[in-house]
Design a protein around this ligand. Structure first.
Ligand code: ATP
Ligand code: MG
Length: 390
């Protein structure tokens, strides 16, 4: 039996003249995703991607769940390939789907012709194949409204595909088709979800994490690496910068009013992330902030944070409730890692009464109490860089 995976691309079909670039990026991402599972051939024609195995040890059942995580795919299914004749379609259904067909009661045949020159119309193919199935499997009846299974016959240029149902893909656009941005990732629940959402819109990720040893431990750094590994299942390989932040935090604590600690710290993080982003061809920053969730995420606080940088800052969770964010974190499997109780640098020096309506002039005055410019340059230079493979 010659089985293949059939992929219907998503929004890419609407991309007009750019469509080719999006398709090429999607194929590249699929190839990277499945390369460790063996050798496969990937072809595209008429907005359908077909993947087939090139040898006995490469199994399409192994790659199916992997491909479900690749952005840019609307639907996918496994299909059997056969010759483009009504007799071989009938034979293939009898031989390959027999065990499934004896275990159900009702069915329906749907036919499509990508090759409009085929000598039968789609309704005729469905009628002919349906009649054959009724003859061969007396246990079955046709139900066009609510069948137990739908058998789809697709007539293409060189062959015919037969498949049983399809499944939703990950949606979105192929990662990298929309450029690259720097994700500020803590060990919390929100930032991995923010990274996932931007990757879904076609953005490749560079991750930036701030660590403040000895206040934060090696274990909390490992937790962030685990989160980045999980994200890479969807977002592809990710370069992670771990930035030493202790010196800056200690200076903020010594020189700035306590009520402004968190905001000034966040502005320093933004400045450092922007430098890393510019060096790494990133065009935006991404954070996991959600409006009003904590004092540093009020509208006034966010506008002060943004004033520290000139790059666009994407906050894909801005209008979401915690419950909604958690539901996504569970779905992408980052939740259980995020709730492990390891300290984050933000939780080391937490002001008792943070300002919820800060004023930018007060913040700038406080920041001018120490020479942070050299410190942020040295933090960038002394970052530890690792590459997390997908
Ligand atoms: P998260 O769940 O992502 O930690 P949060 O709701 O706890 O978010 P904060 O701790 O206030 O919010 O952080 C807001 C955002 O700032 C985070 O979503 C993240 O993008 C960034 N951030 C916070 N701490 C760090 C860190 N140690 N390294 C890198 N980015 C950070
Ligand atoms: Mg946090």
């Amino acid at each position: 039996m010659n089985e293949v995976i059939l992929i219907k691309v998503g929004e890419i079909v609407l991309k007009g003249l750019n469509k080719r670039n999006f398709e090429n990026q999607l194929i590249k991402n699929i190839r990277n995703r499945i390369k460790k599972y063996g050798e496969f051939e990937i072809k595209i024609s008429q907005s359908t991607i077909t993947i087939s195995s090139l040898n006995e040890t490469s199994n399409i059942d192994d790659i199916f769940p992997e491909i479900k995580k690749v952005f840019g795919i609307a639907r996918l299914s496994k299909a059997i390939v056969t010759q483009k004749s009504i007799d071989s379609i009938k034979e293939t259904i009898k031989d390959s789907l027999g065990s499934t067909l004896i275990s159900v009661k009702t069915f329906k045949v749907e036919s499509k012709r990508a090759d409009k020159k085929f000598h039968m119309t789609s309704p005729r193919i469905s009628e002919e194949v349906g009649g054959f199935i009724l003859e061969q499997f007396p246990n079955l009846a046709v139900d066009v409204h609510n069948p137990d299974i739908v058998i789809t016959v697709e007539i293409r240029t060189f062959n015919a595909f037969i498949r049983l149902g399809d499944e939703p893909g990950a949606g979105g656009l192929p990662v990298s088709s929309g450029g690259r941005a720097a994700l500020m990732i803590s060990g919390g629940i929100d930032s991995p979800v923010a990274g996932f959402m931007m990757a879904k819109r076609g953005i490749a990720l560079t991750a930036v994490h701030f660590a403040s040893p000895p206040y934060t431990s090696a274990r909390s750094e490992k937790k962030v690496i685990e989160l980045v590994e999980k994200m890479s299942e969807y977002a592809g390989g990710i370069k992670l910068f771990v930035v030493p932040f202790t010196q800056i935090q200690e200076h903020i604590k010594r020189y700035c009013p306590e009520e402004l600690f968190t905001l000034i710290m966040r502005r320093m993080m933004m400045r450092i992330s922007e430098k890393i982003a510019l060096d790494g061809n990133c065009k935006a920053l991404i954070t996991g902030e959600s409006l009003g969730q904590v004092a540093s995420q009020t509208l006034q606080a966010i506008s002060c944070t943004d004033a520290a940088v000139s790059m666009p800052v994407f906050r894909p969770l801005i209008g979401m409730d915690k419950d909604e964010i958690i539901a996504i974190a569970r779905r992408i499997d980052t939740f259980d890692i995020s709730i492990q109780p390891f300290e984050d640098c933000c939780t080391v020096f937490v002001p008792k009464h943070p300002k919820t309506k800060p004023n930018l002039c007060d913040i700038e005055d406080a920041e001018n109490k120490f020479d942070w410019d050299e410190m942020i340059k040295s933090a960038v230079i002394n970052s530890k860089v690792m590459y997390v493979e997908q």
